[in-house]
Design a protein around this ligand. Sequence first.
Ligand SMILES: C[S@@+](CC[C@H](N)C(=O)[O-])C[C@H]1O[C@@H](n2cnc3c(N)ncnc32)[C@H](O)[C@@H]1O
Length: 252
Amino acid sequence: MIDAARRWHELQSGRGIPQEILAGAPASPWVHDPRDFAAPDEPADTPSRVSALGLLGGSGTVLDVGCGGGAAAFALVGALTAVTGVDHQPDMLEVFAEGARRRGIPYTTVEGRWPEIAAKAGHADVVVSHHVLHNVVDLPPFVAALTAAARSGVVVEMFDEHPMAWLDPLWLRFHGLRRPEPARTVDAVAVLTDMGIAPDVARWERESPPRQDAEWVTRRLCLPAERVGDVGEALAALPERPRHAATLTWRV
Ligand SMILES: C[S@@+](CC[C@H](N)C(=O)[O-])C[C@H]1O[C@@H](n2cnc3c(N)ncnc32)[C@H](O)[C@@H]1O
């Protein structure tokens, strides 16, 4: 493993939850609620959308990796001739499928982990993957499979730093756990550069932050529901959740 990939691996591994804390968790801290990822009817005109529309050049097929409810793909409605959603959470794929039907877009869903499932997903003109990189530990095979699946190009959107890093003070407060520094966009770009990919990098601010209420954060912190009040108080004392995002685009 070359240096940038090793650094990414170490930073991402450091975000794991220690086994002794995980063992005491009343519910899984990892599972996303699909309702939080439903695609908006009116997509925001973000740099990611502009880039993907540019790569599509009018119309074409899109493969959405880690699709959730399809916010990345359905932002391109009007230019989409068909869409494939890949996710390892089946309930996300249900929301994705419902979104495609409602918009009248021909669709396929593929359940499984990228890149292991890549062959089943096939190829598309444009591959999009939004807010998934920070879930990935071994980045080169993930990125290589995105590139191999695209005929025209790839658009990746990510928060500048690991999206859970804003909760680090609460891990210290509730578990005495000091978190190591989070992975950032520059770390991902370094991995791409080592792979011979020179992405265009656009930095911007997301309009609305993802869900961050006390109930959700309590589960994320592996705490029981009775601690929601304490967590709410601690959350109120934190600075606002960062919204810095980046769009990485490369042609193939
Ligand atoms: C933070 S959500 C983002 C969803 C959507 N792309 C969006 O921007 O709204 C991350 C999604 O990626 C999925 N996911 C994470 N790692 C994955 C992997 N290796 N293969 C497939 N799906 C993955 C999760 O199940 C989840 O639905």
